[in-house]
Design a protein around this ligand. Structure first.
Ligand SMILES: *Cc1c(COP(=O)(O)O)cnc(C)c1O
Length: 408
């Protein structure tokens, strides 16, 4: 992927405000006037390039953000949404009809899992959840009704890596759409370049990076993005998960620093994961050679942006996990909060929070243990100091023995 640097693609886009401002003007309107009635009709029919109709359909601010995100993912077009779930649900409803079937990774974001498991069946759309790292099992789950193959590049919360190139081959062979949620790995991985048909992000996380809004995006071919926005049968147009223009403008400004932030998130997470693994804690991070998909992932990423900011530590029991998270928060090492991609480290126990939609027995089967803490590592300037302070918390709670004490 040396010829494709998504941060450069974003940098090359230039938008000016209407008075020569260095940021594009925000379109503070829900509706747009037409000089001729004929143009209005053409716009409804989708034939008037560059004309705006109504902001649920599109707005200049949303199109700017969409263009930047399409450039980042290397797709023809993109459509922003009010939230990650607003993008995911619209895409799945656009691609599947009653009687259709999907094959999905079983380790995905809890909301996506709940949507597939509890909501889509009400509309006659069925799902089979599989271990996404087993391509043979993925292929075996495909039926004549299957339309979509769904995964996350790096899965939430277990950090399993999807072999996107391998999955794309299976999708092509069976004429399925490969939909990839790339929320955990913006800039690091460009799924469309590896063969994904549709790439989704929750902008709420790393891309916006300031935990002040929810947002989502769908990146794909111009034809698919147009179909989502179609006034007659487009899921985004008709379900209405529209992002507000003011928000689109603020997310675009935050996107400008994503490359710098991702490098620091990755640097800090790699450092902590390495240290805690050395200390003997069960640590999962795709940048560690102990990660089952380390080699695969290394070949998928743009090395400049590293292995990402997400890691997990297993401290044994839920009680220990809770005690540790409370103590780390007390010492201002981070916040006990869901979500990710903030400047501050965020931690939560996924089994009782973001993945609580997944029944306990299924959690166990997929390796989601009670003592698991998911970390979104922040932008800390001195990560060694953070390590020392985190280690001290663990020593006080008997999770780790004080340094210098030989383990028995
Ligand atoms: C948060 C998240 C979502 C949902 O996004 P929202 O913006 O909260 O709707 C989807 N996928 C992943 C991987 C996420 O982390």
């Amino acid at each position: 992927m040396t010829d494709f640097n998504p941060a450069d693609k974003i940098q090359d886009l230039q938008y000016f405000g209407e008075f020569g401002g260095v940021n594009p003007s925000i379109s503070d309107s829900s509706t747009y006037t037409f000089l001729s009635a004929k143009t209005m009709f053409d716009t409804f029919e989708g034939n008037a390039e560059g004309c705006y109709l109504y902001s649920r359909h599109s707005s200049p601010s949303n199109l700017y953000l969409g263009q930047a995100l399409a450039a980042m993912e290397g797709t023809e077009a993109a459509n922003v949404a009010a939230s990650g779930m607003g993008a995911i649900s619209a895409v799945l409803l656009q691609l599947c009809a009653q009687g259709n079937h999907m094959v999905s990774s079983r380790t995905i974001y809890g909301g996506t899992y709940a949507f597939m498991k509890n909501f889509l069946p009400k509309l006659g759309i069925k799902n089979t959840f599989v271990d996404i790292t087993r391509l043979d099992m993925v292929e075996a789950a495909i039926t004549t009704d299957t339309k979509v193959l769904y995964c996350e590049t790096v899965s939430n919360p277990l950090l399993e890596v999807a072999d996107i190139e391998g999955l794309a081959k299976i999708a092509k062979k069976h004429n399925l759409k490969l939909v990839v949620d790339n929320t955990f790995s913006p800039l690091s991985v460009a799924p469309a370049k590896l063969g994904a048909d549709v790439v989704i992000h929750s902008l709420t996380k790393f891309i916006n990076g300031s935990s002040d809004t929810v947002g989502g995006v769908t990146c794909g071919t111009q034809a698919f993005i147009d179909s989502l926005r179609n006034v007659n049968d487009g899921a985004s147009m008709l379900l209405g998960p529209t992002m507000d223009s003011l928000r689109a403008a603020s997310i675009l400004k935050n996107l400008r620093t994503l490359h710098i932030r991702m490098k620091q998130h990755s640097h800090n997470a790699l450092y902590l994961a390495g240290r805690f693994e050395q200390d003997g804690l069960k640590t999962v991070y795709p940048g560690l050679s102990s990660h089952p998909s380390h080699k695969l992932y290394k070949g998928m990423i743009n090395p400049e942006y590293g292995f990402g900011g997400m890691m997990t530590l297993d401290v044994g029991t839920l009680d220990k996990a809770n005690e540790l998270m409370e103590l780390m928060q007390e010492r201002n090492l981070g916040y006990l909060a869901v979500s990710l991609g903030f400047y501050k480290t965020l931690f939560s126990a996924p089994g009782t929070s973001t993945s609580s939609e997944i029944p306990p027995e299924e959690q166990k089967e997929m390796g989601l243990s009670d003592g698991l803490i998911r970390f979104s590592i922040g932008l800390d300037n001195d990560i060694e100091r953070t390590y020392r302070m985190m280690r001290k918390c663990m020593e006080e709670l008997d999770i780790l023995q004080p340094a210098g004490t030989a383990a028995v």
